[in-house]
Design a protein around this ligand. Structure first.
Ligand code: GAR
Length: 188
């Protein structure tokens, strides 16, 4: 499969996925890194792995057909969101139905929806004294964080859990499982 990664932030998942597919010759190739954030390091990571990258504005993203044309020009089979924070246009979701996946740092449907990303999610989990949290992989549909769930991975939380310790637990899960989830989808 030809895979595109879309990210808006610090890009640690992008870096991890690039490294995994460089080392594992399973027939999958990261063919494109795309971001809306000029300050994200993901374009540098792309360069380091000799992978094409694109920076687009929110306006470009929302132009009808923009993302479809971009993905088709790289013959992309699977679009992987890794901390991508802009709303994906509906025309693209319809066109690429079943071919866009996302990672969310909680056990959906808990702590999902608009505004729930990164530390906002973890702070809400801690505030509610949850005894577990985790990560969810899901297909992307028209509603934030509501697409069909692919898989979830859970961790126990202690009474002394802090933002930093919770983030670390989630990070370990994300780095362990995202490349494997992508790889397993391609084998279906
Ligand atoms: C990850 O924890 C991912 O689960 C989360 O953003 C972070 C991106 O980190 N995604 C969401 O919250 C989506 N709602 P990264 O930029 O270092 O990969």
């Amino acid at each position: 499969m030809n895979i595109a990664l879309l990210a808006s932030g610090k890009g640690s998942n992008v870096k991890n996925i690039l490294s995994f597919f460089k080392e594992n010759n399973d027939g999958n190739k990261i063919c494109l890194i795309a971001t809306n954030n000029p300050n994200s390091p993901v374009r540098d990571y792309a360069l380091g792995y000799q992978t094409p990258s694109v920076l687009f504005t929110k306006q470009e993203l929302n132009k009808e057909g923009y993302l479809i044309d971009l993905m088709e020009s790289y013959q992309i089979d699977l679009v992987v969101l890794a901390g991508f924070l802009l709303m994906i246009p509906i025309d693209f979701i319809k066109h690429f139905k079943g071919k866009i996946i996302n990672i969310h740092p909680s056990l959906l449907p808990k702590y999902g929806g608009k505004g729930m990303y990164g530390d906002h999610v973890h702070r809400a989990v801690l505030k509610n004294n949850e005894s577990t949290s985790g990560i969810t992989f899901h297909y992307v549909n028209e509603n934030y964080d509501e697409g069909e769930i692919i898989s979830q991975f859970e961790v126990s939380l202690s009474q002394e859990e802090t933002l930093a310790s919770l983030k670390h637990k989630i990070d370990v899960l994300e780095k362990t499982h995202y490349p494997l989830v992508i790889s397993s989808i391609s084998n279906e």
